[in-house]
Design a protein around this ligand. Structure first.
Ligand code: ADP
Ligand code: MG
Ligand code: MG
Length: 885
């Protein structure tokens, strides 16, 4: 029904069917909109003219009025409604059918000239704005009607709209119409039929405005949906003190509390409640009292000036309460409703499932399950997995946010809220108790500083930039690619929004929105209460895939386990090479001129690696831990600034020139496609051997302590089976050697990442040498699309805003392109090895639509950063419920 009648029209009809009082009306279907867009106005109008006339007659009969009559006119509203609500697409026109004669008729019939002229004034204004194009093109220009209103208020010395007399309102109507004639060259239409068709066509036109087109593109809604138009007889909340209008929620949309709440205004119409010109009042006594406390209003003042509907119109409040209960029970979801009271009679004007916060989403779903309204599978479908993020990170106090200045906007790279003092160099992050690390971009050297800082802000880099990926892994707030900020490392200052900020100045980051604020903003910890746990329990019940985590430290592994991760899908070993003494040994290894020199340095690294692996395998006891062998190009481990090179030369006891020439020799034009991954292990087999030894020894040590360690050794960046075979031989030989030395064995798996298109294409060959595949979809995306992850930031935003790409392929798996490679590699791999274990460890492993894709393909597991584990668990369960159907 929604497809034809739009969300609004369908729900109006449905409310009417279940006996909720709705003003009579009819809806012109979305199909007519399509005709209008394809064949033009005349074709659409002639198609529906006689039906619309019949429908108007039907309204006239039910309301005992006549459309266009001067004594007893029928007034209607014209409302737009797409299948899904499209904010700001088109405004409603109210009180349509009025003209200079009909307004007299209404005044006489109601005995309330003020109401009649107030309605007429509103109509001319709305129709002028919405249909006749009187709204200024520029945001900065004032609405001509508002200007006229302001002038008249000045002339009369009044401040509130409600202080206008009927005479004043008459003057407004005259002046409004003059303004219309001046601007459009046409007089305001007096003929109600002309008005009606004008409004209907304006709604159709609104479907093709640039704003609507942009919104559809953004959300992937097709153009041929079209919008419906509902024409409905008016009910009036502006008829005096026994009339009112309001909006309400059947439960609290912020907290999920099961309590009916909303706002209303007496003697008001339409959007007055949300327009902010008058202070709206709460509908229930409880709500009203709570509001008064927050607003600092005394109980006496509240009761006198801002009483609740429950107090002013108790019987209507109870009637409304019954209706909201009925609606919620009918739709079995929290409803956002609009109502109007006309001279003591209640009318419902809209109902829809209400938007809500992550916290409310969880609570409402769990409560409704307990209340027997919905079943477990429905609960799971009600959870917007991405929204769970809100529950997992600290957040800003919303009240505190209101009084701060927005300085810049970047990408919401890693959610959460952070406040701290600006620091420009990672190694100085501990200088302040709370620091925000601000960098043009970060590099692996900055790791420790990033960990110490409260949050990270970068001027360059996208959602998969180093800063973003590492921050998400750490569960640390990060805003990346805030292009408008200018950083001067030398002067230790930066410029944002025209202001200069020095080291030590306070700023705040919202990693969920990408916003950067001035000064300290209070943060709070969101409550991850029992309801959240219940959702997680259901997720496990309905899932097929398991969820692993990407973790490089025992601490990350423990956090992820608490969030329900069952294993590690990606443990990056390179991060283990940066701390303290390790980087020295690493650099020694890089600088060594022969195998013996490298082996000597590697022997120093071995104990560090072994103990890291022990920690991680222990933290994940009983679950598989996939350890990726060294992956990044070696230049990332050596300093590029002269001063640091000198320092390194001193530490290693060699000349600065030697260091410099080695660093220069490591230079590559395309390091991401250069000497990295298994290519390193092939040129330097001793690196692979050392890492394999460290992993196997760690597992044997744990076994000796009675701990169930399950290592899975993963070879990165394989493109041909020969590469894998080469590395596998080294790993297996090393393992056997260690087993012999220790006189004990353990089971381990040996597999590879599938991240080079050629590996996907030849997956049947590769599977012969592998126990498992793990799709490294970051690199696979990079290489399939030919976008460098590090440089795509220069054009991706353009691609997205022009609709060339619907989504950032580094965030949301490109299912039709990269996805084909995933599917093909999966099928080919399983064709030669039915028991092949297959997972995904790219950033996509925590993104719900990509998780759904992985379930459809048939992967065993997805792996994502620790803080996204709960999201992936829910997404995996949702996918299974969907695909199991
Ligand atoms: P939106 O899509 O922006 O919510 P609506 O079509 O719901 O627009 O209209 C906005 C407001 O106009 C409604 O909330 C209601 O207060 C008022 N309104 C719409 N139709 C009528 C009507 N027939 N009688 C009285 N008020 C109406
Ligand atoms: Mg509405
Ligand atoms: Mg990779």
């Amino acid at each position: 029904m929604k497809n034809l009648l739009g969300g609004k029209g369908a729900n109006l009809a449905e409310m009417n069917l279940i006996g909720v009082p709705v003003p009579p009306g009819f809806t012109i279907t979305t199909e007519v909109c399509t005709v209008y867009n394809q064949k033009g106005k005349d074709a659409a109008v002639s198609l529906i003219k006689s039906e619309v006339e019949k429908a108007v007659l039907y309204i006239e009969n039910l309301t005992n009025t006549k459309f266009g009559d001067k004594d007893n006119p029928c007034l209607v509203s014209v409302r737009s409604g797409a299948r899904v609500s499209m904010p700001g697409m088109m405004d409603t026109v109210l009180n349509l059918g009025l003209n200079d004669l009909a307004v007299q008729g209404i005044a006489k019939k109601s005995g309330n000239p003020r109401f009649a002229w107030d309605s007429y004034r509103r109509f001319v204004q709305m129709y002028g704005d919405v249909v006749l194009g009187m709204k200024p093109d520029n945001k900065e220009d004032i609405d001509p009607f508002e200007e006229i209103i302001e002038h008249l208020k000045e002339e009369k010395g009044i401040t509130l709209d409600t202080d206008f007399t009927p005479e004043d309102l008459k003057i407004l109507v005259v002046r409004f119409k003059e303004a219309v004639l001046r601007k459009t060259g046409h007089s305001f239409p007096d003929n109600p039929w002309e008005q009606l068709w004008g409004a209907v066509c304006a709604v159709f036109d609104s479907w093709m405005t640039p704003r609507a087109i942009y919104y559809r593109k953004l959300n992937g809604y097709p153009e041929d949906w079209g919008t419906a138009v509902s024409v409905q007889s008016m009910v009036f909340g502006n008829m005096g003190l026994t009339s009112a209008t309001g909006v309400a929620f059947t439960r609290n949309a912020g907290t999920g509390e099961d309590i009916f709440n909303g706002e209303y205004l007496i003697n008001a119409q339409g959007e007055d409640v949300v327009a902010g010109t008058r202070t709206p009042q709460e509908i229930s006594i409880i709500g009203s009292k709570r509001w008064a406390i927050l607003a600092g209003v005394t109980e006496e003042e509240r009761a006198k000036n801002y009483p609740s509907l429950e107090e002013t119109m108790p019987s209507l409040f109870h009637e409304l309460n019954k209706v909201q209960e009925k609606l919620e029970n009918h739709y079995k979801d929290m409803q956002d409703i609009e109502f109007t009271i006309q001279e003591g009679k209640l009318w419902m004007l809209q109902t829809r499932s209400g938007k809500r916060t992550g916290e409310a989403m969880v609570k409402i779903a769990v409560d409704m399950l307990a209340q027997g309204m919905i079943d477990e599978k429905t609960v799971m479908q009600r959870i917007d997995a991405n929204k769970l993020d809100e529950l997992l990170h600290p957040i800003f106090d919303t009240d505190a946010l209101k009084s701060t200045t927005l300085l810049a906007k970047g990408l919401p790279a890693s959610p959460g809220a952070a406040t701290g003092q600006i620091i420009f160099f990672a190694d100085e992050a501990a200088k302040f108790e709370k620091s925000i690390l601000v960098r043009i971009e970060t590099s692996p050297e900055d790791l420790e500083g990033m960990n110490v800082a409260q949050g990270i802000l970068t001027a360059r880099g996208g959602m998969t930039s180093h800063a973003a990926v590492v921050a998400r892994g750490m569960g640390k707030c990060c805003v990346s690619g805030a292009g408008s900020i200018k950083i001067d490392y030398k002067a230790r200052e930066m410029n944002m929004a025209g202001k200069t900020f020095k080291e030590g100045d306070w700023i705040s980051l919202n990693g969920s929105t990408g916003e950067v604020y001035e000064g300290k903003v209070q943060t709070m910890n969101p409550g991850v209460g029992g309801d959240f746990g219940k959702i997680m329990g259901l997720a496990d019940k309905y899932t097929r895939m398991t969820v692993r985590t990407n973790a490089d430290t025992p601490n990350d592994a423990r956090i992820a386990r608490e969030f329900g991760a069952q294993g590690i899908g990606l443990c990056r070993t390179e991060h283990m090479f940066f701390e303290g003494e390790r980087i020295k040994a690493m650099r020694e290894m890089i600088l060594a001129s022969d195998t013996a020199g490298r082996e000597k340095a590697l022997a120093k690294l071995l104990p560090y690696q072994r103990s890291d692996f022990e920690g991680i395998l222990e933290a994940m006891e009983g679950f598989g831990v996939t350890v990726r062998l060294l992956d990044p190009p070696l230049h990332e481990f050596v300093p590029h600034e002269e001063a640091n090179q000198k320092q390194m030369a001193k530490e290693l006891g060699i000349s600065a020139e030697e260091v410099k020439s080695k660093v220069d020799s490591l230079h590559e034009f395309n390091p991401m496609l250069g000497h990295r991954g298994c290519r390193l292990g092939i040129t330097y087999p001793e690196i692979t051997a050392m890492q394999a030894r460290a992993i196997i020894e760690a597992a044997l040590n744990l076994k000796a302590r009675g701990i169930d360690a399950r290592p899975e050794i993963m070879v990165p960046l394989v493109g041909t089976v020969a590469e894998l075979k080469n590395q596998a031989d080294i790993i297996r030989a090393t393992a056997e050697k260690v087993f012999a030395e220790k006189g004990d064995r353990i089971d381990y798996l040996l597999g590879t990442m599938i991240e080079i298109p050629r590996a996907a294409l030849t997956a049947d060959h590769i599977a012969a040498e592998a126990d498992f595949f793990s799709f490294g979809t970051n690199d696979l995306t990079q290489m399939t699309l030919g976008y460098s992850r590090d440089d795509a930031g220069k054009f991706l935003p353009d691609y997205l805003s022009r609709g060339i790409l619907k989504q950032d392929p580094f965030q949301v798996l490109d299912q039709s392109g990269v996805g084909q490679l995933v599917e093909m590699a999966f099928t080919k791999g399983r064709s030669v090895k039915p028991g092949l274990k297959v997972g995904i460890c790219g950033e996509h492993g925590g993104e719900p639509s990509s998780v759904e894709f992985c379930d459809k393909v048939g992967l065993n597991y997805v792996s994502c950063s620790p803080f996204r584990v709960p999201i992936a668990r829910v997404a995996a369960a949702q996918a299974n419920i969907k695909h199991a159907k």
